[in-house]
Design a protein around this ligand. Structure first.
Ligand code: CO8
Length: 258
């Protein structure tokens, strides 16, 4: 049997690619997949050679949600002991930028997984949604929290309360998708953007990600203070000296991540 999560270390210099690989179940996120995702993202987060990560599925599904067959007979205590929110946090806490390359369905936990990523590249026929109410539960991976914070209360309510799916175009109009590309080019475009990010100074990239994410949960004043301190701190890095010297000397910079 093929591994349910496949890692391709370097589709390009500095880029790690993680593929969810359960095509027979529309990439449903069973416990094994979630554990592997958490493990690979942690490992890539710690690997200096990986500067940006692409997370993808196949042409039919990014992920069709948590595995319903694995949950159907679970008790409250089973769900508690599974502790999936810990794995979810590991994914969210990855210090490197993560680009979701979404083709096909991104539903329930799959849509939430995409929303934990930093950039979402979607194929033009990708379908998103939080259909959990239709099976008697609520979203459990951030769908009632990240979704309204991203698209606003009334759009989010329209979808979480009906379970209706929505297409890539509507997702982009709501601000849930960063870029739409032809279906056949989703992974290629995501890897190209990851390569572009991987060439930039890694400390500045990581600090930018952290500043955006932490600031979104804070007051504007606190966020601005965090931003100022982070900017000041980066003047201790070699990459700041190199980046500015290269600009002045009209040459290509060589960033070391120091
Ligand atoms: N769980 C388990 N199996 C699934 C899932 C799933 N989420 N989605 C699809 N499959 C399986 C089907 O059962 C089917 O298996 P089989 O061949 O053995 O019958 C196979 O994948 C192919 O599926 P379909 O025949 O249905 O394929 P279609 O192309 O006709 O439809 C859909 C694709 C639209 C994706 C459809 O399968 C579907 O609606 N799936 C369920 C979507 C859903 O309800 N998702 C929400 C799940 S609940 C959830 O995510 C809660 C998150 C809480 C915690 C967050 C942590 C992850």
């Amino acid at each position: 049997m093929n591994a349910p999560v496949v890692v391709t270390e370097r589709p390009a210099e500095g880029v790690g690619l993680i593929r969810i690989n359960r095509p027979e179940a529309r990439n449903a996120l069973n416990l094994e997949v979630r554990r592997l995702l958490a493990r690979h993202l942690t490992e890539m987060g710690d690997d200096d050679a990986v500067r940006c990560i692409v997370l993808t599925g196949n042409d039919k599904a990014f992920a069709a949600g948590a595995d319903i067959k694995e949950m159907a007979d679970a008790s409250t205590i089973d769900m508690l002991l599974r502790g999936t929110q810990k794995m979810w946090r590991t994914i969210y806490a990855c210090p490197k930028p993560v680009i979701a390359a979404v083709s096909g369905f991104a539903l329930g936990g799959g849509c939430e997984l995409a929303m934990t990523c930093d950039i979402i590249i979607a194929g033009e026929s990708a379908k998103f949604g939080q259909p959990e109410v239709k099976i008697g539960i609520i979203p459990g991976g951030g769908g009632t929290q990240r979704f309204p914070r991203t698209v606003g209360k009334y759009k989010a309510m329209r979808y979480v309360l009906t379970g209706d799916l929505f297409g890539a175009r509507e997702a982009a109009e709501m601000g849930l998708v960063s870029e739409i590309v032809p279906d056949a080019e989703v992974e290629k475009r995501a890897v190209a953007m990851a390569t572009q990010i991987a060439e930039l100074p890694p400390l500045a990239i990581q600090q930018t990600k952290e500043s955006v994410l932490r600031g979104m949960d804070a007051s504007l004043e606190t966020g601005l203070t965090l931003e100022t301190r982070t900017l000041q701190m980066l003047f201790a890095s070699q990459d700041q000296k190199e980046g500015m010297a290269a600009f002045i000397e009209k040459r290509k910079p060589k960033f070391t991540g120091r």
